[in-house]
Design a protein around this ligand. Structure first.
Ligand code: DGY
Length: 320
């Protein structure tokens, strides 16, 4: 019966691959792409499920506004640093994410950024478009090759491991940091585990794949960038707060960092003006998981999680 339908609040939007299955079963309230926190606080009272995404913080105020009806926060992302897990646990609210379906897309984007930054593609294209290409110049836009280089993978989870496989396939040596050794990946890729400092000193390319937590906040700052060095390339497809982007801009300006490929920023969608102006930077608007297959898979995973919890089953990807 209609008046027994539970309400699912979609903080911003959910793609049809997930939305349609939710709409068949539940009443939906949707904020739209421009929804603000104030909109969310207004929409959420009485919701049984809340679909959030990395741009929408879910904290105790949001949970309290939702009230006792709320059973699940289903994040439309693999990362869930926007959700206060403790506050959810305290209120008995389940939290879910969307792992696996975006592993390939994000790892491939990290490879794309590695090539683009290593080969100075943004600077070269910008100059061409601006009419600043004055002919073949043997000294211009010189970068590094991946084959034979050492690629440092900071965090060997699902995406980090897939990135390492792709880089290994391109002929790179793989080194990595991880809380625990990964003997299988070491066997498969000949990867070597090391401490962060040694990895930064050793690597030609450093790609970030750790989650955003209080421990990884500004993991890469001025001193770390200096260790990556004037020929080195930094790639970040994880979360902005892990890298001090103003320090990246300064290192690029001063030539103490070779190049950077960034997909994520501390205060999205703001990007520091200094970074926008910096040379040898390839800057993308958080598109790591933006393939049709991956984003549809994520939307579908959100629906699977919401439906499971609201039907009193264990959700496929619970994080709290
Ligand atoms: C994630 O899933 O965490 C991604 O950053 C979203 O693209």
């Amino acid at each position: 019966m209609n008046d027994e339908r539970q309400t699912v609040v979609i903080a911003r939007i959910l793609l049809p691959a997930g939305r349609e299955r939710l709409a068949e079963r539940f009443d939906l309230r949707e904020g739209g792409l421009d929804a603000t926190r104030a909109d969310l606080l207004e929409m959420v009272p009485g919701a049984s499920a809340l679909v959030a995404d990395p741009s929408m913080p879910v904290d105790s105020d949001v949970l309290d506004a939702a009230g006792a009806s709320l059973k699940v926060v289903a994040n439309f992302a693999v990362g869930y640093d926007n959700v206060d897990l403790d506050a959810c646990r305290e209120r008995g609210v389940i939290v879910t994410n969307t792992p696996d379906v975006l592993t390939e897309a994000t790892a491939e984007l990290a490879i794309a950024l590695t090539f683009a930054a290593a080969r100075r593609m943004s600077d070269a294209e910008r100059d061409l478009r601006a009419g600043q290409w004055h002919g073949w110049d043997p000294a211009a836009y010189r970068g590094i090759e991946i084959r034979g280089s050492t690629v440092g993978v900071v965090g060997l989870g699902r995406i980090g491991t897939q990135f390492a496989r792709l880089a290994h396939g391109l002929g790179a040596k793989i080194v990595y940091t991880s809380r625990l050794p990964k003997p299988e990946t070491e066997g498969e890729l000949g990867a070597r585990r090391m401490e962060l400092r040694e990895l930064l000193e050793t690597s030609d390319v450093v790609s970030i794949h750790v989650p955003s937590t209080p421990e990884t906040l500004r993991l890469i700052g001025e001193a770390e960038l200096e260790l990556i060095g004037e020929e080195g390339v930094l790639v970040n497809t994880s979360r902005g707060p892990i890298v001090d982007s103003v320090a990246v801009a300064a290192a690029l300006e001063h030539g103490t960092l070779g190049a950077a490929g960034l997909d994520v920023y501390e205060n999205e969608p703001e990007v520091p003006a200094r970074l926008l102006e910096a040379p040898r930077a390839v800057l993308l608007p958080h598109i790591g998981s933006a393939t049709v297959r991956s984003r549809d898979g994520m939307a579908s995973a959100v629906a699977d999680n919401v439906i499971a919890v609201l039907e009193a089953r264990e959700p496929p990807s619970r994080v709290a």
